[in-house]
Design a protein around this ligand. Structure first.
Ligand SMILES: [Zn+2]
Length: 111
């Protein structure tokens, strides 16, 4: 019972062929008081789709959860300047302007 959470990772999900609702064993069902980690096969025979009320027979196995979740959320990182805050960008711009100004002063200083 201790590794029930890890077992849930490989439990098959079932999709309702009537409305497209997907029962995810990992999440269970809040509507039916189904605890997370409950396999579809363990659901009561009279369990019905919480969305459209279809019987278990209307569900088809769509396999276990594919891939780790949250991958897309990480795509925004690593883009350099885009991760800077506006104030950091302003600082960069002023720093560039200041350097350019000092560069001009330096040029005049040479003459
Ligand atoms: Zn349904």
């Amino acid at each position: 019972m201790s590794d029930r959470a890890t077992e849930a990772e490989t439990l098959d999900r079932y999709e309702c062929r009537t409305c497209g609702y997907v029962y995810e064993p990992k999440k269970g069902s809040s509507q039916g008081n189904i605890a997370p980690g409950t396999a579809f096969e363990e659901l009561a025979p009279k369990w019905r789709c919480p969305v459209c009320g279809a019987s278990k027979g209307q569900f088809q196995n769509v396999g276990p959860v594919e891939g780790p979740s949250g991958f897309e959320e990480n795509l925004g990182y690593g883009l350099g300047v885009n991760t800077l805050t506006p104030s950091q960008k302003n600082l960069l711009i002023f720093a560039a302007l200041g350097l350019g100004f000092l560069f001009l002063i330096g040029l005049y200083g040479l003459h």
